[in-house]
Design a protein around this ligand. Sequence first.
Ligand code: PMP
Length: 412
Amino acid sequence: MLRSKSNAFHFAQFRKDFPMLQKSMHGKPLIYFDSAATTQKPQSVINTITDFYENHYSTVHRAIYELAAYATEHYESTRHKVKDFIHAAKVEEIIFTRGTTDAINLVAYSFGKAFIKPEDEIIIAEMEHHSNIIPWQMLCEDRGAKLRIIPINDNAEIELEEYAKLLNKNTKLVAISHVSNSTGTLNPVKQMVEMAHNFGAKVLVDGAQSAPHMTINVQDLDADFFAFSGHKLYGPTGIGILYGKEELLNQMPPVQGGGDMVNVVTFLKTTYSDLPLKFEAGTPMIAEVIGLGAAIDYVQAIGLDPISHWEQELLVHATKLIETVKGVRIIGTAKEKGAILSFVAEGVHPLDMGTMLDLRGIAVRTGHHCAQPTMCRFGLSGTCRASFAFYNTKEEIGIFIGALEEVLDTLR
Ligand code: PMP
């Protein structure tokens, strides 16, 4: 109890770093429970981006003047920060993309072009976000390959025995979310990677919901690819990361042609840059990358292990309280979860719940959460989803539960 109190006190002090958390909504203090969609930004990230545009702005890589040297140094230093953040072996394995979606599409296109043939198989799970479904569907259609789906059980957990049955010598890739954005399930990805590797298949881990909330070690997971978004990690929009093992990325063709990704260009033949620039055509998202660097500094200073402990405490607290609310059913009751609480209420549409909670200053997400097959698995069109970050408090959860009870009373 003492530890929990001091934890609460410790984490509450970070709220002042976030200008958006000081706002009111409909005359009530904003309670922001949509961090699974995108997180709020600390002042240090906002300042870093503003400072770059106001005082240091220029392009990166090719220019020799002082300003460009500054921009290049700060831009490339983020790559080192990302490498350390996810414990990658080499900085060349870190590719800047626009986000998780962009990173997954890059792999689908490039790995697909290099390695996927007719009759090959790609495995995903029933719980995937659309970003980790559609690129594979498109690839399978294009190459005449087959998409196989791992079913989930009533708790929204992967059916590992079914996964084992799906793996075979034709399996070329498994693409699996680390944490589900719609149910919160934390998947046993390390075990799943090992199982896939036994069949020579590669594994992409969609880390959009894990990288901001727990320590990631891509080498320990032995993931071949790992993707995540800066905007869910307290950083700016428009920047994401694709990690890939060097030997694999070296065998994959570039996706876009243009400036920065080439060595020598002639009309007869063009040679491409080495990693990582081979996959980064055009003037990159310079301010966004530098902003992501500031976000990583910010979360590293707090520590990912303390962050995940506190968020788990919030999840357990919210789960206990919501279980006492009449007619509410949690969707996603896996043993291991991220701090995501998806729920439905008997006789009440999630949209109505969300709208009425908004009027009380509480931002939750409603709908299918870009995971229509998951909703379909539970016979639903959508849920209400409260997702937490380290800046949330137990007081906010208490207010939310009280508001939910009121809202349900009104709507029923
Ligand atoms: N995968 C998961 C599990 C997600 O939660 C999201 C974002 N909701 C994405 C992929 C896509 O991320 P982005 O929209 O930042 O590309």
